[in-house]
Ligand binder design. Structure first.
Ligand SMILES: Nc1ncnc2c1ncn2[C@@H]1O[C@H](COP(=O)(O)OP(=O)(O)OP(=O)(O)O)[C@@H](O)[C@H]1O
Ligand SMILES: [Mg+2]
Length: 321
């Protein structure tokens, strides 16, 4: 397991020393802005996770940053200088693992990798050596002679990752690397991403999986309707909500009183079945007041640490009003 880097960053994105940064980046499709004035920096060695609902603009952001489509406004900087990511020099420094698989199903894993290695200009022996290295890296060596269309989704995804690394890029873009994978296949992909971190690569990824965002990413950015709404370490994003969560059950006649009390104390509440779930900054300090007022009707109470999922869902509810 690698040591997690705590990049303590606030919401303001200065972009100093960033390997890549977006400045006021916008993308319009037929009159609709899929990205609106995105300011976001990728620091060397970090794993930045972009989270956000379907249609937020995550894939569009990756496509613009990797030079597959050009922005409608704004600039992309690489190490402080304006760059056109479509240029070969830049593209050789980055690797992309797109949301949709991009290998040939009728070729074997070895053939797919070797073909790509040749396309990147590696000579025969070099291409074969790199192919072997990547098959080993992705744990696919023993399956290397099977057609990829017969691979499980997890194996296909590991191959996609390997294909993004053929030219040894220093920055790797991963668009939803574990979507649709079962827990075992997902953790195999997590291991590979953690290995990229150990190798010192810089990773830019998107995900819908909050456990993944918390476990893998050193910093997160929340993208909603084309705009970055928050960014910081997973810990910081969670702390926007307070770090504690309390679940309690209460007799029916006291429930109205609990809801009023929570509102007056600035505690956020929601009902999950029979239970009330309370979250909020300074919850531990405020809780005694609740317990002393409602002790008679209180049936049970549990603590647990707030999850990134709690924070994200609550954030989305606030954004969507
Ligand atoms: N080529 C395109 N032409 C027109 N509209 C597009 C195009 N690509 C994306 N969009 C629109 O831009 C918005 C952002 O889409 P995008 O695919 O970037 O979202 P996303 O955050 O990756 O979503 P998901 O989580 O579903 O992958 C959506 O409204 C989408 O319909
Ligand atoms: Mg997408």
């Amino acid at each position: 397991m690698v040591e997690r880097k705590d990049v303590t960053k606030g919401n303001v994105d200065e972009g100093n020393g960033a390997v890549i940064s977006a400045r006021g980046l916008g993308k319009e499709f037929n009159g609709i802005w899929a990205l609106k004035g995105v300011d976001l920096s990728l620091e060397r060695g970090e794993t930045l996770g972009v989270i956000g609902p379907n249609g937020a603009g995550k894939t569009t952001l990756i496509r613009v940053l990797t030079g597959q489509i050009s922005p409608s406004s704004g600039e992309i900087h690489c190490e402080g200088k304006v760059v056109d990511p479509a240029r070969l020099g830049f593209r050789m420094r980055i690797g992309l693992v797109p949301q949709e698989a991009s290998f040939y199903g009728r070729l074997t894993a070895r053939e797919n990798l070797a073909l790509l290695a040749r396309l990147y200009g590696l000579a025969g022996e070099e291409a074969a050596a790199r192919t072997d290295e990547l098959l080993q890296w992705s744990g696919l060596l023993e399956h290397s002679r099977r057609q990829v269309r017969f691979f499980s989704r997890g194996m296909q995804q590991r191959l996609s990752l390997a294909m993004g690394l053929v030219h040894r890029p220093e920055i790797v873009f991963l668009d939803e690397p574990t979507s649709g994978l079962d827990p075992e296949a997902r953790s195999a992909v997590w291991e590979l991403i953690l290995r990229l971190q150990e190798e010192g690569r810089t990773v830019f990824m998107t995900t819908h999986n909050m456990e993944e965002a918390d476990h893998i990413c050193t910093r997160l950015a929340i993208l909603v309707k084309g705009e970055i709404r928050e960014q910081g370490t997973p810990q910081r994003i969670k702390s926007l909500l307070g770090t504690d969560r309390v679940e309690l059950r209460l007799s029916e006649e006291r429930q109205g009183e609990l809801e009023e009390l929570c509102s007056s104390l600035g505690i956020y509440w929601k009902k999950e079945g029979e239970a009330y779930v309370l979250t909020g900054v300074d919850l531990p300090e405020k809780l005694p007041a609740i317990i002393s007022r409602l002790a008679v009707g209180l049936r049970d109470m549990h603590y647990r640490e707030v999850t990134l999922e709690d924070a994200f869902l609550r954030f989305m509810r606030e954004v969507e009003g």
